[in-house]
Write a protein that binds this ligand. Structure first.
Ligand SMILES: Nc1nc2c(ncn2[C@@H]2O[C@H](COP(=O)(O)OP(=O)(O)OP(=O)(O)O)[C@@H](O)[C@H]2O)c(=O)[nH]1
Length: 436
């Protein structure tokens, strides 16, 4: 992609794309520059098509459209540049390099859009205008192939290195693989073009025709590899990000953003298995909103939904990074608190309860009073089997409901006699039916 061919037909008498036999290293010298130029244009065209098709179906995914447009500008620039024999230099040299600069600049904007960072939109346009102005001067006022090669290479190298800087960053796997592939390719281009700029400006052979320049075949080949590498990197980045978003969606509850039942269960099993090896305590808390049906009946289901989200936000204020919060169903949630024993978990449960009942949520101007009941079961008494912890917390929650709601109840120790469990369940059901 990052070819810098500022002027293949230099000053009068300089060569055009030809085999350049004799001066090139044997391997590269055997390659025909015109064929390489056409092959590069075709590769760029294919990658532009690929990125355009991907952008077509990108939906709200940002970046792909920029990359498709950037590649399109790059392709136009390349096509003009490799046809210097047939079109005027104002197009094949000046405009072509302006388009290539713009192409890489828009690609850089695409990377920033993909990452969600702010976009200095005018940057690439200004860079393209500057390149065109300088190339115009060094073609039509002071005709210097060396200067043209140097200027174009420096600008394109800078743009490539800017892309590399945006991409070679720490990121979550597997997204990092895509970032680093594209970033690595951009870095490779940037360094290659810097070398080209140094070689050109050190005027190793300023009067030598570009077709005889040993760097030219390498530049075209490198650009082809870069085109394929960059486009693949961008497609991978988009694919991985979509896959990660889908994975996240598949494990979350759509309304509250808490873990859904299946992923809560899977993650809880992992925590319990690790904790049973180290014998560190884990607490499971089951909590349920009190009289939630009343809220729905009085304020409507939309308000009920908003109250649930508010409830989750308030609960989260009391959680640490490793704690799990999942929706078990309806207005019932489960907390998994690794490392907390019965005493400290009960304190956390009490803080959550107070946090919710002391600060009513406001539906417009009307305060909606909310309270919750909680059942606490800890591995130090119940062991590390998820279903046993869940059953114990559920029974404790029933007890909290039966004893009047808005309270925290501890699960009974498995060794103690089941204290009127059936009576408590009946009482809870009775209160529930009477809505008191
Ligand atoms: N708005 C809204 N309501 C929900 C959602 N899920 C469950 N509910 C409602 O939550 C209410 C639960 O009612 P009940 O099971 O009778 O419990 P309750 O009124 O909270 O009474 P207690 O639990 O005994 O205090 C029902 O009216 C459900 O329709 C939800 O996602 N959004």
């Amino acid at each position: 992609m990052l070819v810098a061919q500022p002027c293949c037909k230099a000053s009068k008498g300089s060569g055009t794309y030809s085999a350049g036999q004799g001066r090139n290293p044997p391997m590269l010298g055997e390659l025909d520059l015109k064929t390489l130029g056409i092959a590069l244009s075709l590769v760029t065209l294919s990658m532009t098509l690929l990125l355009s098709i991907a952008a077509w179906h990108a939906g709200s995914e940002k970046g792909l459209r920029h990359w498709a447009m950037g590649n399109f500008a790059l392709m136009l620039g390349l096509l003009m540049n490799v046809n210097q024999d047939h079109i005027h230099h104002s197009l094949s040299v000046v405009l072509a390099n302006g388009l290539m600069t713009l192409g890489i600049g828009v690609t850089w904007l695409g990377v920033r859009a993909f990452k969600g960072t702010s976009q200095p939109q005018a940057g690439p346009i200004l860079a393209a205008l500057l390149v065109m102005l300088l190339l115009w001067i060094f073609r039509f006022h002071f005709d210097s192939l060396t200067a043209r090669l140097g200027i174009a290479s420096i600008v394109l190298a800078t743009m490539s290195l800017l892309c590399a800087r945006e991409l070679l960053i720490p990121a979550e796997q597997p997204l990092r693989t895509g970032y680093w592939l594209a970033g690595g390719v951009a870095l490779f281009c940037g360094l290659g073009l810097t070398l080209r700029a140094i070689a050109s400006l050190s005027s190793l052979s300023p009067t030598v025709a570009i077709s005889d320049n040993p760097l030219q075949s390498a530049t075209l080949l490198g650009a082809m590899v870069a085109q394929i590498g960059l486009a693949s990197g961008f497609i991978l980045m988009t694919h991985y990000r979509t896959a990660m978003a889908l994975h996240r969606l598949s494990e979350r509850d759509a309304l509250t953003g808490t873990l859904n039942r299946r992923s809560l269960y899977e993650q809880a099993l992992q925590i319990l298995s690790k904790a049973s090896e180290t014998q560190l305590p884990v607490t499971l808390i089951m909590l349920d909103a009190d009289h939630f049906k009343r809220i729905n009946d009085e304020f409507g289901h939309q308000t009920g939904d908003a109250v649930l989200c508010h409830m989750v936000a308030r609960i989260r204020q009391h959680l640490r990074a490793d704690d799990l919060l999942g929706r078990y169903g309806g207005e019932e949630f489960i907390l998994i608190l690794p490392g907390l024993d019965t005493v400290s978990a009960t304190q956390v449960a009490e803080r959550i309860r107070l946090g919710l009942c002391n600060q009513p949520w406001h539906a417009e101007d009307t305060p909606v009073q909310l309270s919750i009941s909680l059942g606490v079961a800890c591995s130090d008494q119940q062991g590390y089997v998820f279903d046993i912890l869940l059953g114990a917390a559920d029974a404790a929650l029933y007890q909290a409901k039966a004893l009047g709601r808005n309270r925290v109840e501890l699960a009974r120790h498995p060794g103690t006699a089941p204290k009127d469990e059936m009576a408590l369940r009946l009482l809870s059901q009775f209160r529930h039916n009477l809505d008191v």
